[in-house]
Design a binder for this molecule. Sequence first.
Ligand SMILES: NC(=O)c1ccc[n+]([C@@H]2O[C@H](COP(=O)([O-])OP(=O)(O)OC[C@H]3O[C@@H](n4cnc5c(N)ncnc54)[C@H](O)[C@@H]3O)[C@@H](O)[C@H]2O)c1
Length: 259
Amino acid sequence: MLLADVAAAQLERARAGIAKSAARMHEKGRLTDDQLAGATDGIEYVQGLDGADLSDVGLAIEAATEQLATKLAIFADLDARVPASALLATNTSSISITTIAAATRRPQHVVGMHFMNPVPVLQLVEVISGLETTPAATELVMELSRELGKTPVHSRDVPGFLANRILMPMINEAFFCLGEQIGTAEGIDTVMTLGMAHPMGPLKLADLIGLDTTLAILEVLHRDLGEDKYRPAPLLRQYVAAGRFGRKSGAGVYEYEAR
Ligand SMILES: NC(=O)c1ccc[n+]([C@@H]2O[C@H](COP(=O)([O-])OP(=O)(O)OC[C@H]3O[C@@H](n4cnc5c(N)ncnc54)[C@H](O)[C@@H]3O)[C@@H](O)[C@H]2O)c1
């Protein structure tokens, strides 16, 4: 298996994160010795795709920054590099699968494969078919998700699909409440954890997702669905403008130890 990123530091972070999470799962008896070895030694980390051997790729999963231009460039490039029979999947949280697929010569083989964060913990994979995606390609991704021990749920290709169409308005409303000083961040999160039995409050969850990614998803919902109810909260915009991206940058709504 090949794991590619444009940034060397991110490859190191991925390597360390995978090793840590695999070791934890091994300790709990959820991974065999062989599976642990596969997770730590079976992945080749590459900076960029130039020079990588992609001749036997059957499935590529893209999980780069939530920006349309980035996705289009990656898909046009991947399309030229991997065998014509390969499936191309995207982990996008909100961007149109149909639009991404149109950057390739194989739109019938492009599928949304939306993993939930943190991936080793959460069971769901949202599977999205674009306008041209064949039922066979969709079913292959559903089946692969099951083989990975996940539960796939199919969504039509609409902005935000199912998961973020429902989740993002709640997170956005939490930022409006914080901006209007209706309560403190801790108070807002406690209302949802203790009052609604959510495992994590919406502001803490937004910090986990990344406030830049959260804003990017809300902008897609707002622009593509064209309804004011998806307008990103000004406070969310401000945090992102200030470089407070959440856990990954050391500060978001809350403060974290820099990673
Ligand atoms: N953050 C979440 O909780 C979450 C959950 C589910 C899905 N997603 C989706 O996963 C994708 C990534 O989200 P993120 O929050 O990790 O974004 P991010 O911007 O924090 O990280 C993106 C990674 O992609 C790399 N990258 C950027 N351009 C690239 C390119 N051209 N080629 C290769 N690598 C490139 C970056 O170096 C970085 O390591 C997005 O589509 C997002 O919607 C995110």
